[in-house]
Design a protein around this ligand. Structure first.
Ligand SMILES: C[S@@+](CC[C@H](N)C(=O)[O-])C[C@H]1O[C@@H](n2cnc3c(N)ncnc32)[C@H](O)[C@@H]1O
Length: 234
């Protein structure tokens, strides 16, 4: 048998959000590293590992066989949650996908809100769109975390059915301010993105750009004040 699965910081952050003894489905599992590591650590007894494509699911099968987890991890080929019954899970992980794909998967599975399933979401892009979608569709982000792999920062959110208090533009892009040690670098990342968008717009003389320039200026200022608040907490 192979050595136990070692998770990278991004997936370790996601794994840490999974409650002990969760009835877990990992959607878009690819290698099935996350459920395999959680079972091996004794945090959960079994899991469903699902993927849209057969190539990733074959990789998941290889992990399951190599780790001797045939009795613990069940593989499913399906789009999002379409092949998972609401009664089978209380926790769903959707990690390593764009925010729009995550929103589309949840849109097609309203039972996750109706039965208050715990969702652990790790968007790679379009985080603002995903936050807006969650707020508009009866979900609340209860906790956010950050992890670094090399030069890259990642976020993961623990989400339940509920009402989210209205978010400011800065909170929509960068999340709630916290004293997290990586929060300063996360805010720097967003300030850089907003600054580059502002510079792009500076070259545009179109009248319509004026409103957007003002929005980006205010967003940048809010991110700067979040960074100052974070510095005071350090
Ligand atoms: C980048 S991998 C992420 C793997 C793993 N979850 C992680 O975070 O390391 C994205 C995986 O999501 C799968 N995927 C994309 N859209 C999907 C969908 N609608 N339903 C299920 N799986 C999907 C892809 O086939 C791919 O295996």
């Amino acid at each position: 048998m192979c050595p136990r699965i070692h998770l990278t910081p991004r997936l370790a952050m996601v794994a840490a959000m999974v409650p002990e003894e969760a009835k877990l489905a990992d959607i878009g599992t690819d290698h099935a590293y996350l459920p395999a590591a959680l079972v091996e650590a004794g945090r959960i007894s079994d899991a469903i590992a699902a993927d849209l494509r057969s190539g990733p699911l074959d990789r998941a099968r290889q992990t399951v066989l190599e780790q001797g987890l045939e009795g613990e991890i069940e593989l499913r080929l399906c789009d999002g949650l379409s092949g998972i019954g609401p009664q089978e899970v209380d926790t769903v992980v959707i990690a390593g996908m764009g925010g729009e794909t995550i929103a589309a998967i949840l849109e097609a599975a309203p039972w996750t809100r109706e039965q208050n399933t715990r969702l652990i979401l790790q968007p790679m892009s379009s985080m603002d769109d995903l936050r807006r979608w969650l707020a508009a569709n009866g979900y609340a982000i209860e906790r956010e975390d950050l992890a670094r792999e090399g030069e890259t920062l990642y976020t993961a959110w623990s989400v339940r059915a509920g009402e989210m208090s209205p978010l400011t533009p800065g909170q929509i892009v960068a999340g709630m301010n916290t004293p997290h040690p990586l929060r300063g670098a996360w805010l720097d990342l967003w300030m850089g993105k907003v600054q580059r968008a502002r510079e792009g717009l500076e070259r545009s003389s179109r009248e319509a750009a004026a409103g957007r320039k003002q929005e980006l200026k205010e967003l940048y200022e809010e991110l700067v004040s979040m960074k100052k608040e974070w510095e005071q907490w350090q």
